[in-house]
Write a protein that binds this ligand. Structure first.
Ligand code: PEP
Length: 252
């Protein structure tokens, strides 16, 4: 059986103290409650705290991911963080394609493909986000949009390269808005995404692939979303910032 995955995307939240105390409390909870190994929990703190976070979680079943990497390998790119830098502090997972990166930092599918390739070169596991805007859904273009996003990015990868890929369907209209896709809407899109992978890469790998839902998941709606056949867990923003809420989602 596939493990359910829950990812906490902290974005630009939590300072040093908040990050370290959250992780210590999380560890304590996992230890005391003996959280079963049918789920995988990944936390994505900000860059400056990845190193200390890795030290805190050392030896535990909790994982870390970076929220971004630079598409260039090294050199004069002021303010950027490379895949090799992250690898050197023991980080092997990265979130790419998040709609906030696309919107505020102008990351196009072309740039994202470069990021995917550099991440793969350094052996990263990629969590790749796709999703449509409210207007695109109103025009019933959501399937076309998601297909295009895939065709211009991850579909340029080989079968081997996508073997560890985690996909995240994140309708942009649901991110940070409190509006969640209904379990049925999300399931329909997840099934469609999986069918696109099946057409491109075959059934074996596509059925094993984890496709997460993201967009205003909370402790009340998580269980219904996660019980859908093609929803393999969630990418959680706001509700991952408070440990009690986040733990309820993990336990869903
Ligand atoms: C996200 O940013 O990936 C996200 C899903 O945010 P939120 O849960 O706040 O909608």
């Amino acid at each position: 059986m596939k493990k359910k995955i829950v990812i906490a995307n902290w974005k630009m939240n939590h300072d040093f103290y908040e990050t370290t105390s959250f992780l210590r409390n999380l560890l304590k909870f996992f230890f005391e409650k003996k959280i079963n190994n049918k789920k995988k929990v990944i936390i994505a703190p900000s860059f400056p705290f990845l190193h200390i976070s890795n030290q805190i979680l050392q030896g535990s079943s909790l994982n870390l991911a970076a929220q971004n990497i630079c598409q260039m390998e090294k050199g004069s790119y002021t303010g950027e963080v490379s895949a090799s830098m992250l690898k050197s502090i023991g980080i092997h997972k990265v979130i790419l394609g998040h709609s906030e990166r696309r919107k505020y930092f102008y990351e196009t599918n072309d740039i994202l493909l470069k990021k995917i390739k550099i991440a793969l070169k350094y052996g990263f596991h990629i969590i790749f986000c796709i999703g449509e805007t409210a207007l695109e859904r109103e025009k019933n273009e959501q399937f076309l949009i998601v297909k295009k996003q895939l065709e211009e990015t991850v579909f340029h990868c080989s079968l081997e390269e996508i073997s560890d890929l985690i996909m995240a369907y994140e309708p942009i209209w649901a991110i940070g808005t409190g509006k969640t896709a209904s379990p049925e809407e999300a399931q329909t899109m997840h099934r469609y995404i999986r069918s696109l992978f099946i057409d491109k890469y075959g059934e074996t790998i596509s059925k094993k692939m984890s496709i997460l839902y993201g967009g205003s998941i909370n402790d009340l709606n998580a269980r219904n979303l996660f019980s859908q056949e093609d929803i393999d867990g969630g990418l959680v923003g706001n509700s991952s910032l408070e440990i009690e809420k986040f733990l309820k989602i993990v336990q869903s």
